[in-house]
Design a protein around this ligand. Sequence first.
Ligand SMILES: *Cc1c(COP(=O)(O)O)cnc(C)c1O
Length: 307
Amino acid sequence: MNFADLKSPPPSPLILLNDQQWDNRGVRLYIKRDDLLAPLPNDPFCGNKWRKLQYNLIHAKEEGYKTLLTFGGAYSNHLAAVASAGNHLGLATIGMVRGEEVNNPTLALARKNGMELHFVDRTTYRTKNEPAYLRQLEDRFGRVYILPEGGTNSAAYSGCAALAKEVIAQCPEQPTHLAVACGTGGTLTGLLSGLPEDTPPQVMGISALKGNFMTGEVEQQLTALGLNRTNWEIHSNFHHGGYARQNQELMNFIQSFYQQHDILLEPVYTGKLFYALYALLSQGYFPAGSRVVGVHTGGMQSFGCNI
Ligand SMILES: *Cc1c(COP(=O)(O)O)cnc(C)c1O
């Protein structure tokens, strides 16, 4: 991948799902295949990680940075995505990993893509957004472009706003609902910021985490952006046990969805999103005539064990 592709990538496909369950209810389900927005098949630099990094990478390149530095847990899709992005664009990458030294497929992949990993104890890790700690990192590593954990920053919102505009331009009819899986909620906030203010779709966030804090997170992010939006809601009852937890019901759904539609979902985010959409459909949540767009945010880097 080169810089020109980063600035104006071809749009990822938007497909209409052919599925009797949706036909029976008179509801159409479109899928925005951002999992296919990748320099290589199955690359971790795809989906919403691509969207969130896009303008950060353009900025880093234009400002002459040679190194990206970021933070994440040992199973972070974001870490793996930054490593791959750096590899494709000729930038060195440093990953500050929370907790004691471990090895797993995510970190192995990040290393393979040239990322230098440093393990940080949990107490220090908690200070990762504090200016004093960031200055320390610059003293240690030199001039580095710092990306926050999960990659959520203002440039990331811009990338997700562009995704919202792409969906609206591509969809052959006006969507009534736009649904996405939530980790930090940054993708959802960015989508909201990019939608038209007159007759926007209802934006549904399916939380991949246990607990009811996601609504507050998104409210804070919208306030920070100076945005007042009411066309959104968080569904907190589809976490299947919590972050990166899974159960047989979820795994069965992912398998049958793959068999029926040849589209791979993973159990951390996108599996929970589409499981939720089918569950809500069967509860009669979507009125007949609804046009739902589910965003496939990717995350396929290590099927079965990613975050
Ligand atoms: C990271 C990730 C998310 C969560 O995105 P947020 O912006 O943190 O809410 C959703 N889906 C996939 C596949 C991811 O990797």
